[in-house]
Design a protein around this ligand. Structure first.
Ligand code: PLP
Length: 423
């Protein structure tokens, strides 16, 4: 599929008069259309809820857009819980899917009424020791081990993943929790990441539904929800076929009718914790070409770096690039597109065919709306950039300002750098 940027050169030339590059910009219209479709895809399930994975894009303005479509939040840390609470999101709309969890995070999650999803068998006791009781509703993360395959092709390797309870631990854990007064149970699993196939959720759902029936039969536990978590991906490459969420929802419905309904479990709620699927395609990292370098290769130096978008440096991930204003020119020049970190992996693209680029050109890096800004760091003392929202009416709103040197130095309480710099 051809990848088109949702911004034009003319729009960016206007925006940079107020907000200089680099910045992340998000497309409200795209976000809304996608969230609406997800809701429709699972409308057959009465209790369906998407808990947006906050870690993907922890911005309250964007999360509030998703709230319009009934989404809650899925949190993995104290600050994500705090953000959800500060947004007045009620406890029942907050999932806490964490691992290696510090005691104070369990305590805070319980205090704000979030649903706790335990990552490990030993956390049953740890949670009880921490808060003095077990909540009436608890969920456990499941990891069957081995490989996760769809039609003989291996999608991921849960056997090598640190997350979740084994099958035996699920049964044992449910028995213990039930004996300790837990009344409502959830099952959660995240077995493959960034899947670009309509079969992932239905395949996972079948596995979890069959487990749920067995758990109910053997332990008598009342299973109220099954959380399919994240993992529905996006096509980063132009040659990939995007997921069809309507087909995915229908696929889950089919196995629900096959497995859960005959077992008298037709009231089980389906939950999801999508992050990437909700926002990745609706965010660009916009950056300006500031240097051209001709050595052993042809380099374009831009004013963003891996601090703004880490996936290419970290995973060698492909992110599509549009040179704004040159959308229709032939891609007949080969470049490495680099940032300024003192790390040779700070490249947004390697050997990428692009139109002939000039200094001053603006480029849009695609699929930067999730796991983009949020993965950023401050290496080389680089500052995190701003986040902007392109609203449906065409106006642009600043939804997070860029970091300043003052922010960067803010934690030097013992060294009065502010005074020296005149802040
Ligand atoms: C990261 C994560 C998600 C979201 O994953 P995506 O790939 O963004 O869909 C959901 N749930 C948990 C527990 C996660 O760790």
């Amino acid at each position: 599929m051809e990848k088109k940027a949702f911004v034009t050169k003319e729009m960016i030339e206007e925006i940079v008069k107020t907000y200089p590059t680099p910045f992340h910009i998000y497309d409200e219209k795209g976000i809304r259309e996608n969230a609406k479709k997800l809701k429709e895809a699972f409308a057959w399930n009465k209790g369906y809820k998407e808990f947006f994975a906050v870690k993907a894009t922890p911005n309250p303005f964007l999360i509030n857009i998703l709230r319009d479509y009934g989404c809650g939040t899925d949190c993995s840390s104290m600050t994500e819980l705090m953000l959800s609470h500060a947004m007045d999101i009620p406890g029942e709309d907050i999932m806490f899917s964490s691992n290696d969890t510090p005691a104070e995070e369990f305590a805070y999650a319980a205090k704000i009424g979030a649903t706790i999803n335990l990552d490990d068998f030993t956390h049953i006791q740890f949670l009880e020791d921490t808060i003095g009781y077990l909540p009436k509703t608890l969920s456990c993360r499941y990891n069957p081990g081995g490989y996760f395959s769809i039609a003989n092709s291996i999608m991921d390797n849960p056997g090598d993943a640190k997350y979740g309870f084994t099958t035996e631990q699920m049964f044992e854990g449910y028995k213990i929790m039930k004996a300790k007064g837990v009344e409502n149970f959830g099952i959660h699993a995240f077995l493959a990441s960034n899947t670009v196939t309509n079969d992932y959720y239905p395949t996972l759902a079948k596995q979890l539904f069959e487990l749920a029936v067995k758990l109910k039969e053997e332990t008598g536990a009342h299973i109220t929800f099954i959380n399919l978590s994240g993992g529905v991906g996006v096509p980063y490459r132009p040659d990939q076929e995007p997921n069809d969420i309507m087909v995915i929802g229908e696929g889950v419905r089919k196995v629900y009718e096959e497995v859960l309904v005959p077992a008298g479990m037709g009231d089980v709620k389906i939950y999801t914790e999508l992050g990437r699927f909700m926002l990745a395609p609706y965010g660009h990292l916009v950056t300006k070409v500031i240097h051209e370098k001709h050595t052993h290769k042809e380099y374009l130096g831009v004013d963003a770096c891996a601090v703004n978008l880490m996936r290419p440096a970290m995973y060698g991930a492909y992110h599509h690039i549009t040179v704004l204003g040159k959308e229709n020119q032939p891609c007949d020049h080969k470049y490495d597109v680099t940032g300024s970190l003192c790390e040779n992996n700070d490249k947004f693209a390697i050997d990428r065919m692009l139109p002939k680029v000039e200094i001053g050109d603006y480029i849009a890096i695609h699929e930067a709306g999730a796991h983009g800004y949020s993965m950023g760091y401050n290496y080389n003392g680089k500052l995190k950039s701003a986040e902007l929202l392109l609203k449906e009416d065409g106006s642009v709103q600043l939804i997070r300002r860029a970091e300043t040197p003052k922010d960067y130095f803010a934690t030097f309480d013992q060294f009065d750098i502010y005074k020296k710099l005149g802040f």
